[in-house]
Ligand binder design. Structure first.
Ligand code: IVH
Length: 703
């Protein structure tokens, strides 16, 4: 770009022709660098300046507008790279275990759920957790017809052309394959290939890559499959989605079948009968880790018997029958440069350590949590100290301790603030514990008057597991919160942004860091989330104690936004029946109910919720089996059950579209009573409710 550009109003027609040609080529180049190569070389502001100049010239010389004018490409589809694909069967994530005890507990939970005795053998597999990116490959009649990335688990990106360029992925299956087969596994890059690629990049004066995982991800998401082909990607198959005829009834058997169709499967996968076996294998793999030649970040355990997997089912987005046992965190030493105070969504003050950047396990760490004032005291750290940081998986890095010998003479102690660092300077309060002592959590008492808390609420609202709005991250939320022209102070404001900006997006696109494309993309991404599943809506409100799992439970139980909202308002107004009904839900107790009551008891929150509900369409919760013999019924299980555990019974009934309650009332439709049933059975008899035993239950649901 020339340093000094001639003002548009001074251009001659001839100069304008040349300028428009130059700008068209230049903008097209940056579009390619940005969208196709993930390697922009100019800032958004510089890019926007190019576009603005192009537009200004076109406005002055309308007859000179080129056919390939960048103006016509304004408002390209969201992240327009790949087509989206909805996974027929969602791609799930795994729960994590961090210690041997977590694994013992996991196996114990499974045994209890399946009603097995505590020492009954239960066959489980153990295999490395590959640190790559997961891919779902669909074969029809033995031919690869599509390949999709995991995306958010429900919708991924169509990368079929690139998958065909991966040598480990067969285009045509071998052996006796099912008619429809979705194979899932991990795309990764070996250490050797990663190093060689970086060497080549360096020799060609190109940018080098950070780690094999990101490189594999970047390589698979290339618009040009020949680039993917030039990057040596590998693939391990370890799971499946839709399968027309199951070739085996165990995890081991299925993986062997995948191998027989021509996939590479991990040679370290083994089968064990108890937690001890799994743990021994884990420690073996841990020892071998450095010599494998590819990155792994733990060991995955899965129940081998597929019928048992089916019985165990899922909790929220992860299976109950599998867990990832992560390798321990890596540690490093660095300097504590300062301590900042962060205000969370609930007003809790968290001290955050600002560190001299240091790499821990391949990632640069600059911040670590210090939890609370007591933790700072316990660690005995002062600003300027040399500290040990640890990082485990995706969790925020932690400080383990300090090295006394290295304390500089000018090290400074940290003083915890007495007022909120926001402009309101609200006093900090300490909550009492149940025992009446002072708690460790310090909170800003400003609640929704405190701008920090409001921003945190909004950040939570747009976070990945809530509304998940592409292009509206923490930074942008902060930007809009403070923006005088397009302010976003509450969730509903997000959905009125485009309307407030007007048809030509003029306000946003002229702002620093924004342009016509990014503004159009943002508004498209917001539109895409105007329809939202009920559980995400509930979770997005950020009610204390209502995490993702609780939100799913509430969504399933109430089914619709209207029903949940009515119940929440009723509870806030002291309706004991509504309270009892919510209390009957699994895993929901007083803490959650009180938090919901408090939230909906607050005028400000009610107004916020109403404004939001007016903007969005909340989808009813999925009731997978709307036509089952028990769908829509309220069921109470009581007494001892012999063929299934209480949890399993509940999950089964819910899968069939029933609601499971903990107490009998006039709203109960059916009682499943086992031996030893007492007062609930009696009450049901009094109320004339239908009562059946466990065998009759299975007969009814056809099991
Ligand atoms: S099984 C229903 N097995 O880990 C469970 N996942 O946190 C399906 N992963 O998205 C996953 N190695 O990308 C499974 N041997 C392995 C794995 C593995 C890596 C990844 C996968 C998944 C994530 C879950």
């Amino acid at each position: 770009m020339p340093k000094t550009e001639k003002p548009v109003e001074d251009l001659t027609e001839q100069e304008a022709v040349a300028e428009l040609e130059r700008l068209a080529a230049e903008i097209a180049k940056h579009d390619r660098l940005y969208h196709d190569e993930d390697q922009p070389v100019i800032s958004d502001a510089e890019y926007d300046a190019l576009r603005r100049r192009n537009l200004a010239i076109e406005q002055r010389f309308p007859e000179l507008v080129r056919e390939d004018s960048p103006t016509f490409r304004v408002g390209a589809p969201v992240s327009g790279k790949f087509e989206k694909v909805r996974h027929k069967i969602p791609m799930l994530s795994l729960d994590n275990a961090f210690s041997d005890q977590d694994v013992v507990d996991f196996v114990g939970r499974i045994r209890r759920y399946l009603k097995l005795s505590p020492d009954a053998p239960i066959a489980m597999t153990a295999e490395p957790k590959i640190d790559g990116l997961s891919l779902s490959l669909r074969y029809e009649e033995g031919r690869l017809v599509s390949a999709a990335t995991r995306g958010d688990g429900q919708v991924g990106e169509n990368v079929t052309a690139n998958a065909r360029a991966v040598a480990d992925i067969p285009n045509v299956l071998a052996g006796d394959f099912p008619r429809v087969l979705e194979v899932r596994g991990e795309v990764y890059m070996t250490h050797a290939d990663f190093l060689a690629l970086n060497k080549r990049q360096e020799a060609e004066g190109k940018q080098t890559y950070v780690n094999p995982r990101n490189t594999a991800a970047g390589s698979l998401r290339q618009l040009d499959p020949s680039i993917t082909r030039a990057r040596p990607l590998k693939f391990f198959a370890y799971a499946w989605g839709e399968v027309s005829e199951m070739p085996a009834d165990t995890q081991m058997g299925m993986v062997a079948a995948l191998a027989s169709y021509g996939f590479r499967t991990n040679p370290l996968m083994k089968r064990f009968e108890d937690a001890e076996g799994l743990l021994a294998h884990y420690h073996d793999i841990e020892e071998e880790r450095a010599t494998l030649g590819y990155d792994i970040d733990g060991v995955v355990y899965k129940v081998d018997d597929l019928a048992l997997q089916e019985r165990l089912g899922f909790v929220s987005r992860s299976p109950r029958w599998a867990i990832a046992h992560k390798f321990p965190a890596e540690k490093a030493m660095t300097i504590l440069k300062g301590i900042d105070i962060q205000i969370g969504r609930t007003g809790a003050l968290t001290p955050v350590a600002r560190l001299e950047p240091v790499t821990v396990g391949g990632v640069v760490v600059t911040n670590a949590t210090l939890h609370n004032a007591e933790e700072i005291e316990r660690l005995g750290v002062m600003i300027g100290d040399t500290v040990i940081v640890q990082r485990a998986g995706d969790v925020i890095p932690q400080i383990l301790g300090m090295i006394e010998d290295r304390r500089p003479t000018d090290a400074k102690p940290f003083e915890f603030p007495m007022v909120c660092p926001c402009e309101l300077k609200t006093p900090i309060v300490r909550e009492g514990t149940a025992a009446g002592a002072e708690g460790v959590v310090r909170r800003c008492s400003g609640e929704f008057a405190c701008p920090f808390q409001r921003i945190e609420h909004l950040r939570h609202f747009v976070s990945r597991r809530a509304f998940d709005i592409e292009g509206l991250g923490e930074k942008q939320i902060e930007f809009f919160f403070h923006d005088p022209d397009l302010p976003v102070k509450s969730p509903a404001d997000i959905f009125t942004l485009a309307q407030r900006d007007g048809a030509n997006l003029k306000k946003l696109r002229d702002k620093e860091g924004w342009g016509a494309i990014s503004a159009a993309n943002l508004f498209a991404a917001i539109e895409a989330r105007r329809t939202i599943p009920l559980d995400r809506m509930i979770y997005g409100l950020g009610i204390r104690h209502v995490g993702e799992r609780t939100a799913v439970t509430l969504a399933r139980a109430y089914g619709s936004w209207q029903a949940f909202h009515d119940a929440a308002l009723a509870i806030a107004n002291g309706d004991l029946n509504a309270r009892e009904e919510m209390d009957a839900l699994e895993d929901i107790g007083d803490a959650v109910i009180d938090a919901i009551a408090r939230y909906f008891g607050e005028d400000h929150n009610r107004a916020l919720v109403e404004a939001l509900a007016a903007q969005v369409n909340v989808q009813d919760a999925e009731r997978p089996a709307g036509d089952s013999p028990v769908s829509g019924k309220t069921i109470v299980f009581t007494g001892a059950l012999e063929r299934m555990s209480r949890d399993e019974a509940k999950a089964m009934a819910e899968r069939l579209g029933a609601k499971v309650a903990g107490s009998v009332s006039s709203k109960t439709d059916l009682i499943v009573a086992g031996p030893g049933a007492g007062s609930k059975l009696k009450k049901a008899q009094e109320l004339g409710i239908e009562i059946i035993d466990e065998d009759a239950w299975f007969a009814r649901i056809g099991g």
